[in-house]
Design a protein around this ligand. Structure first.
Ligand code: LLP
Length: 413
C-alpha cells in the first residue's frame, strides 16, 4: 500500500503528507513514483511473451517527472499534441516509442512529429490523411499510419468521456473504414501499418473493450489479407479505477488478459494507451481548510483547492474520496467541501462524513493523479498548485507553485 496511515498520519511511501504540506504549502498535488512504476509494469508484465508496447497516455498527467519515471522504465507514450511530444522528449522518452493520436493535429504538429521520428500516427479523417501525406512528402519521409476506427461499441461511461459511439466525433465509421484504408494506402508518402481504437475512459468492465478488440482484429486481418503491411493493433486506453469503494474494476492484469486472448494468435504487435489506470491512484491533492461556515443549517468547509485545481467534480460530477491527513477522534459531521472560486459549481466533494473540521486542517483528495493538474486552469487568477513526487523516503517539488508573476507572463497592458 502506497498510501496508508502510520501513527494516525497519512503517508505516501515513506513520507508523511503533513510534512509535504508544511514544506510546500497547499494546495499541492502529490504523486507516488513507486505506484506509477508498479502500474506500468502491471501492463508490461501482462503482455509478456508477446510483442507489445505500452504507450502511456500523456494527457492523464504530463508532469516531466512523471514522464521521466515512465521513460526510465521503458514505457512508450501516446500523445495528442506537439506540446506533449515536446514534454516526452524533454523527459527522456523516445519519439520512436511514441504514437500520435488526436482528432485535430495541425500541419505544424505533424511536421514536428515526423521530424522527431514518432512511431506512427493514429489518423482520424480523410482530411487528416491528406495533410499527413503532404507534410510527410515535404519532409522527404514516409509516415506510418493507423486509422482510428470508431467500432460503435458502448463503453458504458460518462457521456463526455465516451468516444467509441457513432455519435461521437472520434474515429472513422466502421462502415466506410475499408475505403478509408484504401485511400490512405494510395498516398505516396504514407505506409499503412496498423489499426487503432479508443472507445472511452473510466470503463469499469472489460466486456466493451473486448468487443472493440474483436471488431478491430477482424478488420486488421481483412486488411492484411488484402495486402496491406499491417503489423500492429492499438487497443487504446480507458481502463477505469476505483474512485469509490463501491466501484469494482478488473485488475490491469485481468483486463489485459481478456484482450490478449483475442489478439495473441494474430502475431500482431498489441499496443495500449492507458493513462488513468497508471497514474490516478498514485496521486492526491493536498488541501487545507480555510473556513468553516454554516449556511441555512448546511455545513460547508471552504478549502484552498478549487475547481481550477481539480475540475472533475464540477465538470463530470466526479466523486473523489476525501480523507483527513491527520486522524483524530473528533465527532463526525456531514459537510460540503467547496473552493474559493466564485461559482456555485465550485465544489470538490458534497455531503461527506468527516471528523469535525477546523480552519487549518489538512485533507487529501484521493485518486487525483490523473486529469487533475493537467486540467487545471488559472480561473479567478489563481496560480496553479505545486506538484511533488515522492520516491521511497524522499520527495521533491517537480513543479513550483505558480506565482502572481507567472499569472501575467506574456500579457501586456
Ligand atoms: N488514448 C486516447 C486516444 C484517448 O483519447 C485517451 C483519453 C486515452 C488513450 C487514455 O484514456 P485513459 O486510460 O486515461 O482512460 N478528463 C477525463 C478523461 C478524458 C479522457 C480522454 N481521452 C476525466 O477526467 O475523466
Amino acid at each position: 500500500m502506497n498510501y496508508e496511515y502510520r501513527n494516525r498520519r497519512l503517508c505516501v511511501e515513506g513520507v508523511e503528507l503533513s510534512e509535504i504540506a508544511s514544506q510546500c504549502g497547499t494546495p499541492t498535488y502529490v504523486y507516488s513514483a513507486g505506484m506509477i512504476r508498479e502500474r506500468y509494469h502491471a501492463y508490461a508484465n501482462a503482455f509478456s511473451g508477446m510483442p507489445s508496447r505500452v504507450c502511456y497516455a500523456v494527457k492523464a498527467n504530463s508532469n516531466l517527472a512523471v514522464l521521466a519515471v515512465l521513460a526510465k522504465e521503458g514505457a512508450g507514450f501516446d500523445i495528442v499534441s506537439g506540446g506533449e511530444l515536446f514534454r516526452v522528449l524533454r523527459a527522456g522518452g523516445k519519439a520512436s516509442n511514441t504514437v500520435f493520436s488526436g482528432v485535430g493535429k495541425t500541419a505544424d504538429e505533424i511536421r514536428y512529429a515526423i521530424e522527431q521520428g514518432v512511431h506512427s500516427f493514429n489518423c482520424e479523417s480523410y482530411a487528416e490523411i491528406e495533410v499527413l501525406n503532404r507534410v510527410a512528402g515535404e519532409t522527404g519521409k514516409t509516415a506510418s499510419v493507423a486509422l482510428r476506427v470508431n467500432p460503435d461499441v458502448n463503453p458504458v461511461t460518462h457521456e463526455y468521456i465516451s468516444t467509441g459511439l457513432k455519435e461521437n466525433k472520434f474515429g472513422i465509421d466502421m462502415s466506410v473504414i475499408e475505403q478509408a484504408y484504401a485511400h490512405a494506402a494510395s498516398q505516396q508518402h504514407l505506409k499503412v501499418t496498423g489499426v487503432s481504437c479508443h472507445i472511452g475512459s473510466q470503463m469499469l468492465d472489460s466486456a466493451p473493450m473486448v468487443e472493440a478488440v474483436e471488431r478491430l482484429l477482424a478488420l486488421a486481418l481483412r486488411l492484411k489479407a488484402s495486402g496491406l503491411p499491417i503489423d500492429h493493433i492499438d487497443l487504446g486506453g480507458g481502463l477505469g479505477v476505483k474512485y469509490q469503494a463501491t466501484e469494482d474494476t478488473p485488475s490491469i492484469h485481468d483486463a489485459v488478459a481478456s484482450m490478449r486472448k483475442v489478439v495473441e494468435a494474430s502475431g500482431l504487435i498489441a499496443m495500449v494507451e492507458p493513462g488513468r489506470s497508471i497514474v490516478a491512484e498514485s496521486g492526491v491533492l493536498l488541501t487545507k481548510v480555510l473556513y468553516r461556515k454554516n449556511n441555512g443549517g448546511k455545513e460547508f468547509a471552504i478549502i484552498d483547492a478549487a475547481m481550477n485545481d481539480l475540475i472533475r467534480p464540477s465538470l463530470y460530477k466526479a466523486f473523489h474520496d476525501v480523507v483527513p491527513v491527520i486522524e483524530n477522534d473528533q465527532p463526525t459531521m456531514e459537510v460540503d467541501l467547496v473552493g474559493p472560486v466564485c461559482e456555485s459549481g465550485d465544489w470538490i466533494a458534497k455531503k461527506r462524513t468527516l471528523p469535525t473540521l477546523e480552519s487549518g486542517d489538512l485533507l487529501a483528495v484521493k485518486t487525483a493523479g490523473a486529469y487533475g493538474f493537467g486540467m487545471a486552469s488559472n480561473y479567478n487568477s489563481r496560480g496553479r498548485a505545486a506538484e511533488v513526487l515522492v520516491d521511497g523516503s524522499t520527495f521533491k517539488v517537480v513543479r513550483e507553485r505558480e506565482s502572481w508573476e507567472d499569472l501575467i507572463r506574456g500579457e501586456s497592458a
